[in-house]
Design a protein around this ligand. Structure first.
Ligand code: GSH
Length: 207
């Protein structure tokens, strides 16, 4: 049997979608969560000096999106045909572009920007980016009508977007009371039986 080991910090961050995919597929893996000390020891031996890393029988693979896409394909969550795969990939890429616009905010937090500047970044950079991103998602959901973003079954794109919506709610960028379509989507994905089971049993996990 193949031995999978996923190495990352105790955060949702760049590993959570892969963890969800393993759980949804019912495939055993080692969910190895590291602290700073272990990371420092590992770093010189990692392909890019970064995590997450997926070990497949002791062979290392890097890059979170490549890992999640690989698991989605392997476990049947990538889309039912190449066009569905294309749309799922495009949604994930759009999410990555969107997240990039948050960099200024994160850098601001880390470098101790003044409250006034943080407010400016929040209002002038983040809010417009959130608006564009939510408009994009709403259009896809309204066209697709299945309640999923792609086709009529759960794909990894749904997992990526639902997890990110949770983050946006926590960061007070999104109030689903004002977003009917996205609210229904978020509820539907989080109520997926196996996902619900994972969300209830997963270790307490930071952002
Ligand atoms: N493009 C990479 C980025 C990986 C990345 O930024 N990993 C961070 C943790 S979220 C890391 O290892 N940071 C520690 C470091 O760079 O020393 C991916 O998606 O996997």
């Amino acid at each position: 049997m193949v031995h999978y080991k996923l190495v990352y910090f105790n955060a949702r961050g760049l590993a959570e979608i892969s963890r969800q995919l393993f759980h949804l597929a019912g495939v055993e893996y080692e969910d190895h969560r590291i602290e700073d000390q272990e990371f420092a020891e590992l770093k010189p031996n990692l392909p890019t000096g970064q995590v997450p890393i997926l070990y497949i029988d002791n062979v290392q693979f890097s890059q979170s999106t490549a890992i999640a896409r690989y698991l989605a394909r392997k476990f049947g969550f990538a889309g039912k045909n190449t066009e569905e795969e294309l749309l799922a990939d495009a949604i994930v890429d759009t999410f990555k572009d969107f997240i990039e616009s948050f960099r200024k905010f994160v850098v601001g937090v880390l470098t101790g920007e003044s409250e006034e500047n943080m407010k400016k970044i929040r209002e002038e950079v983040m809010r417009p980016a959130v608006k564009t991103y939510l408009t994009y998602l709403n259009k896809i959901l309204e066209n697709n009508k299945s309640g999923y973003l792609v086709g009529n079954e759960l794909t990894w794109a749904d997992l990526v977007v639902a997890d990110n919506l949770t983050t946006l709610i926590t960061a007070e960028f999104l109030d689903l009371k004002n977003e009917k379509t996205l609210g229904e989507f978020h509820r539907k994905i989080l109520e997926t039986e196996k996902l619900k089971e994972w969300l209830e049993k997963r270790p307490v996990t930071r952002f």
